[in-house]
Design a protein around this ligand. Structure first.
Ligand code: PMP
Length: 330
């Protein structure tokens, strides 16, 4: 018989797949690391597993314990699936602007979701971060992993994703491209690849225009899961050799191209990373091997990135200039 003991055993060991049509005319090999194929649909399964395992080892999480975290996205799904497999309760807080569909997904995994007002500042006692901090101390057995300050976040990529990529490419990778949210992915994979290659592998970040990592002037952006207003502890700024800023339009159009031209349904941050990888590939040598991280599946974005009305409302496919620059995307 061939089977796994638990769903958590299916986390990691994600495949690399070549991008073909999107990279037509470009000489370097561009490979996508499909983190979307983790059981919860994102790279966050990896950090959830490591954060929970380390909390157990440190005695912060004991049988009957409750995981409390301010999250509405992939980290919540990752934590919920690890928690359910190991018998913990989950309580997540999220702002009321988060789509009901996302809250329903977390509840689907059996998590409790506490909805907090979006209109209050982060330091207000009713903000979703403050409520999570309060519940983590009030609920008996409560524990908050806090992915922005938890070393297990970058470590899960240093000990997992990085070595996988090195082995899968037979050490021939020359460039890594990853979007930056908490910074855990790029810091962990990047540090490992630099060490193992003696500093040969170049590490390139992708960041929404308007976020801190690319040093662009602060402004709102639509792509979810990436970018920050200020540098978090989970990001090691010494790792990336460069960070490319990508517009919402380019991110959305590349996410759509990934689905339509490669058959890879992934989110807007994957489109952002692939846009950066294509930009990089234009400047690379033919023998170069670029690995780009595809952090999550596109199923959570059907009413946005993959909705014709939404894309048109934001002017991403109506503008004739974009039609000229990104004709193939239309
Ligand atoms: N894409 C998506 C959809 C994400 O949820 C995240 C994590 N916030 C990232 C990219 C970036 O990963 P990291 O937090 O490791 O920088």
């Amino acid at each position: 018989m061939k089977y796994h003991e638990s769903i958590v055993d299916l986390i990691g060991d994600t495949p690399l797949v070549r991008l073909n049509r999107i990279t037509a005319g470009l000489a370097p090999l561009v490979l996508a690391k499909l983190e979307s194929l983790n059981p919860g649909g994102s790279a966050k399964d990896r950090i959830a597993l490591r954060m929970v395992a380390e909390a157990e080892a440190a005695g912060q999480l004991r049988p009957g314990g409750v995981i409390v975290e301010p999250t509405s996205g992939n980290t919540g799904v990752g934590l919920a699936l690890v928690a359910q497999a190991r018998g913990y309760r989950c309580v997540f807080t999220c702002p009321d602007k988060v789509a009901e569909e996302k809250r329903a997904l977390l509840r689907g995994y059996g998590a409790e979701v506490v909805v907090c007002p979006s209109t209050v500042p982060p330091e207000h006692p009713d903000s979703y971060r403050s409520v999570a901090a309060r519940l983590a101390t009030e609920i008996p057995g409560g524990y908050s992993p806090n992915q922005y300050a938890n070393q297990a976040n970058p470590d899960s990529h240093y000990y997992g994703t990085g070595p996988e990529i090195w082995a899968q490419t037979d050490g021939r990778i020359t460039h890594l491209v990853a979007g930056i949210g908490t910074g855990g992915t790029i810091s962990g994979i990047g540090q490992y690849l630099k060490e193992v290659s003696g500093g040969r592998v170049r590490i390139i970040g992708a960041d929404p225009e308007g976020s801190v990592y690319s040093g662009t002037r602060a402004r709102p952006y639509l792509v979810e899961g990436v970018g920050q207003p200020s540098l978090p502890g989970s990001y090691d700024p010494s790792v990336p050799d460069g960070v490319l800023a990508v517009s919402d339009r380019e991110s959305v159009l590349y996410a759509r191209r990934l689905a339509r031209e490669e058959g890879i349904l992934a989110g807007g941050s994957s489109g952002m990373a692939v846009a950066a990888a294509v930009r990089l590939a234009r400047r690379c040598q033919p023998q170069d091997v670029i690995v780009v991280v595809v952090p999550d599946t596109g199923r959570g974005y059907l009413s946005k990135v993959f909705d014709e009305g939404w894309v048109r409302r934001h002017g991403f496919i109506a503008d004739p200039t974009s039609a000229r620059c990104l004709g193939a995307a239309l």
